[in-house]
Design a protein around this ligand. Structure first.
Ligand SMILES: O=C[C@H](O)[C@H](O)[C@H](O)COP(=O)(O)O
Length: 261
């Protein structure tokens, strides 16, 4: 483990490394997007190259697809895979019911489609993402560019009647230009502070013409793995209520970091 890895990176790696223990030969695996998911892709690549693990991966973004191919993972489309055994992905927030906010990196649409098309979703994360109630992280809402300002106005009008603490929205920018998702859509970030009823909000948001999808993942996540900088990991299963603990020995994982620049 390179000594220069930050504590947060060590925590993310620990969660990612524990998650790949659930990947078996022959599986079709959804590959998430973000810095934590990137560790997972690296770990799977190591297993493919060094242990002959035979899987196919369905990426949730172009950047994950590029990394997966670089790591030697066979990449297929969701249409080719049709259905997945397991999706492993990160999250921006998770609550006690393992409902999530995702989309901090703009990949929420493909991530939600892929996670929903999976028998199981495992979220890999660190303790800072755990909240009692969703909303401190701005909720990403993907909208089509056509009439986006009208769509934004309809979102804000809808929010005025919802159980949320904040109602400010902002177009996500990339420099001075609108941020574009892999599908060429825009993201409107909703600064809600606290979301009283995430399930209701997700349903209502997606009724608004122009809204493509939102970053609330309701009843999709099955397990969460919370990594620690010391290598400890906590695994919670929402389906049976179990909680288990493990420890990753970083010294045994040095191969993963050999190609890090
Ligand atoms: O759009 C990005 C995804 O939803 C990510 O899974 C999420 O933002 C978490 O990313 P990270 O693991 O980098 O915190």
């Amino acid at each position: 483990m390179p000594a220069e890895l930050s504590p947060i990176d060590k925590a993310k790696f620990a969660a990612a490394r524990r998650a790949v223990d659930f990947v078996e030969d022959g599986m079709k695996v959804g590959l998430g997007t973000g810095s934590t998911a990137a560790w997972m892709v690296r770990c799977l690549g190591e297993m493919v190259r060094e242990e002959g693990l035979s899987i196919v991966g369905v990426p949730t973004s172009t950047r994950t697809a590029e990394l997966a191919r670089q790591m030697g993972i066979k990449v297929v489309t969701l249409d080719e895979a049709k259905w997945l055994d397991l999706t492993i992905d990160g999250a921006d927030e998770f609550d006690p019911e393992l409902n999530l906010i995702k989309g901090g990196g703009g990949a929420l649409l493909q991530e939600k489609i892929v996670a929903t098309a999976s028998d199981q979703m495992i979220v890999i994360t660190d303790a800072a993402k755990e909240v009692a109630q969703l909303g401190a992280f701005p909720l990403p809402v993907e909208v089509v560019p056509f009439g986006w300002q009208t769509t934004r106005g309809l979102i804000e009008e809808m929010l005025s009647s919802m159980d949320v603490m904040g109602r400010q929205t902002a177009l996500r920018l990339n420099g001075t230009q609108p941020f574009l998702t892999d599908e060429g859509n825009y993201i409107v970030d909703c600064h809600l502070k606290r979301i009283g009823n995430p399930r209701q909000l997700s349903l209502v948001l997606n009724q608004i013409p122009g809204v493509v999808e939102n970053g609330l993942f309701i009843d999709i996540c099955d397990k969460v793995i919370i990594g620690g900088a010391d290598g400890t990991v906590e695994l919670r299963d929402i389906n049976d209520g179990s909680v288990s603990h493990d420890r990753i020995d970083f010294a045994e994982e040095s191969n993963i970091f050999s190609d890090l620049d």
